[in-house]
Design a protein around this ligand. Structure first.
Ligand code: HEC
Ligand code: HEC
Length: 203
């Protein structure tokens, strides 16, 4: 039952993603120079103040650029300024470039949180109605290229936790069909911390 609901949602988002532009990674490398100062030239940002983009999928990056630009359901003052001049083609090219990079193991995580994080990520929690995260984000956290299911593996736990909290308090509401908001509503603060640390540990 739960499985079929998730499968239906996956299918819905997959078909509603529409025809995205196919980016050019070579062109994207040059265009990404403006992003490297914070996100790292290879997408491995040097500090947890900025999320890693290495190995993140193109469709997801392009969608976030569009969302930051709209400055509505995902607002960030820094990124609003950064994306102002980007065309859809630029976003696709930059996305293709970062997708071609490899995420580095530089996100420190808290070992003591991993067991609970792994349990939820791999299997969800039937009692609380929480689906397994790997159903959409993949067993190694790599996300799903082609549709905008983001990589979550190898990310800084501080960033991941901040996003889970933002979905929970509604300050980030750009998830199609409330996919993430409906899930985080069922997660406790401890669950979110455990998950953020576990996701940092996989890739
Ligand atoms: C001055 C620092 C800075 C620069 C330069 C910068 N960013 Fe960001 N970026 C951020 C911050 C901070 C966030 C986190 C925003 C949040 O908390 O929602 C972010 C988030 C993002 C995200 C969302 C990542 C995710 O996992 O959802 C994308 C995509 C992104 N930036 C793309 C870019 C691109 C493309 C450029 C270059 C055109 C760029 N950024 C330049 C600071 C920067
Ligand atoms: C039915 C599919 C689905 C399931 C199950 C799911 N997610 Fe997501 N998740 C998404 C989608 C789609 C997005 C991107 C939303 C957007 O467009 O900004 C997302 C975004 C995220 C982000 C933000 C990533 C970033 O780079 O900013 C995090 C963190 C996340 N999910 C964690 C989880 C966790 C933890 C679980 C399990 C408790 C989970 N997800 C289960 C579909 C799913």
């Amino acid at each position: 039952m739960k499985k079929s609901i998730v499968a239906a949602l996956v299918l819905f988002v997959a078909t509603s993603a529409g025809t995205a532009l196919a980016g050019n990674a070579e062109a994207g490398k040059t265009k990404a120079a403006a992003c490297g100062g914070c996100h790292g030239m290879d997408g491995n940002s040097p500090t947890s103040s900025y999320p890693k983009l290495a190995g993140q999928n193109e469709a997801y990056i392009a969608k976030q650029v569009k969302d930051f630009k709209a400055n509505d359901k995902r607002q960030n003052a820094i990124m609003f300024g950064m994306v102002a001049a980007l065309t859809e083609e630029d976003a696709a090219d930059i996305g293709a470039y970062f997708q071609s990079q490899t995420v580095a193991s530089t996100a420190p995580f808290d070992e003591s949180k991993l067991a609970r994080g792994r349990e939820l990520y791999k299997g969800g929690d039937l009692q609380k109605g929480i689906p397994a995260c790997q159903g959409c984000h993949g067993p190694t956290g790599a996300g799903v290229a082609g549709i905008a299911y983001p990589r979550v593996g190898g990310q800084y736990p501080e960033y991941t936790l901040a996003q889970l909290k933002a979905f929970k308090d509604g300050s980030r509401s750009n998830d199609p069909k409330s996919l993430m908001r409906s899930i985080v509503a069922k997660l406790s603060a401890d669950d979110m911390e455990a998950l953020a640390n576990y996701m940092a540990s996989i890739k």
